[in-house]
Write a protein that binds this ligand. Sequence first.
Ligand code: SF4
Ligand code: SF4
Ligand code: SF4
Length: 584
Amino acid sequence: METKMVTLKINDISVTVPEGTTVLEAARSAGFNIPSLCFLKDINEIGACRICVVEVKGARSLVASCVYPVSEGMEVYTNTEKVQHSRRLTLELILSNHRMDCLTCSRSAHCELLQLAGDLGIDAVRYVPDNLMPRIEDSAPHLVRDNSKCVLCRRCTAVCRKTQEVGVIGPNDRGFATHIGSAFDRDLNEVDCVSCGQCIVACPTGALAEKDDTDKVWAALADPTKHVVVGPAPSIRVTLGECFGMPIGTNVEGKMVTALRRLGFDKVFDVDTAADFTIIEEGTEFLHRLQNGGALPLITSCSPGWIRYLEQHAQDMIPNVSSCKSPQQMFGSLVKTYYAEKMGIDPQDIVVVSIMPCTAKKYEVRREEQRLPNGCMPVDVSLTTRELGRMITKSGFLFDHLPDGEFDEMLGVSTGASVIFGATGGVMEAALRTVVEKITGAGMAPLEYREVRGMSGVKEASYELPGRTVRVCVASGLHNAKLVLDGVRNGSLHYDFIEFMACPGGCINGGGQPIQHADVRNFTDIKTLRAAALYQQDEGMTFRRSHENPVVQEVYQSYLGEAGGHKAHALLHCSYIKQKKYRT
Ligand code: SF4
Ligand code: SF4
Ligand code: SF4
């Protein structure tokens, strides 16, 4: 159907936009920025904060432009004296209940509230907050909330409820006492939070942050008795640069390696290598279930946010999930067994640090099911991209001036297959590159599976292989995962293999990634830009299938034995189990 167009005037300039466009979007398309605070496109469109008000000729009062649709002949003024006065007053009232400790706030360099105050010309705070004290909730391993910095924009609650369909946080109480929390103000570790951290990246202020574990890493690096090993996840190389003002989608792999080495890590390995092991183990598991019978669809287990959702909200599907540990955990397992033995280092003296896109990894490293037969936990500290960014800044490195470095080879060789793990569909494509070749024979299988690429929330494809059709599905964001699971349960959807990632778009959009302001997120497809950098790296790689990785081949040959065999199972697999379900 043809889209109906609407012509209106914004600041006396004629603008034509599709019917249904909001005034905020129409103004933006005409080159006028309207400041906003609570608005997050497709997630939180409630017109609550009233920072984005504009004057519309004929309207009795100012209107919230983020929810006000355009109409034919409308005349809008985005920056009159009345509008400016209203915005400033609104912001001053918000600041009157905000504990401003910008000098020490974790968000000060990226705070939307601070930027807004500057943009609106707030040069003095007339209504000084009355002795506001921190209101800290830090019960969960991944997140800290400080309601004394909350502006009640509700972006966090919208993402938790709509995007993730978990809904464990919301506004409590009324009027001046309104605050964000879980039902009955229970601690976050006493509700079914999946630790995804999507609320953190949605928050415009320092009210939400990951739990900072950098002190543990500084302590390990300063301890001469410890051998400290680090590994960044596939997506970090295309997001870390944003911490230093580089354009979204810049691949900084070489600089990242140099920065890690200069921080003092004894070995700089690559979690990509472990992602290739994941494909070998998961691919073997899939082929086994396909050929010998077993619970299908097989569902991936790389995303700890998804796993936590499964264990609390979708327990009936546990038999379908791969028993593979995530790449983070496989990485730590190999360091504390294969690497430790080869180097003659007591694994108790090794500290494994992972750099992850995800706050759920902080929860995953504590899981008892992950413990190795030698008694060690595979990973000791899991940092987000943002925490690594802060460590680099604190060290005084000029990140964009750093020369390119290279990973240490023993566990630092990657393939194109492991690089694309960082984007939704990447795990599935990597698995297909290996599994289809195993079924059809070398040289007979395609290398790329573009049907499972892209940022759609749910993608599906089917492949005709000798003897049978293999149907696959990829979903990211837990709302989408739930839709797929509902279809599988009621028999309307039939798949053999499913990839689920808790975060929309996959790890490149994880809850631990650099935070982009809403005025960037609302109008730029950051997920696609970040993913494109991964696919570009994949295209230039010597090895593009996981089973071609020479490190993977060497480790199976000299240490693990058969893929899916006894030793591989003991080190690289675990059990996912029903977790206590809290009421939410
Ligand atoms: S949230 Fe923003 S305005 Fe508030 S203390 Fe932190 S940096 Fe300052
Ligand atoms: S971490 Fe995820 S599940 Fe937990 S409150 Fe935040 S958005 Fe909701
Ligand atoms: S915690 Fe952050 S996102 Fe949530 S309502 Fe407060 S300021 Fe908004």
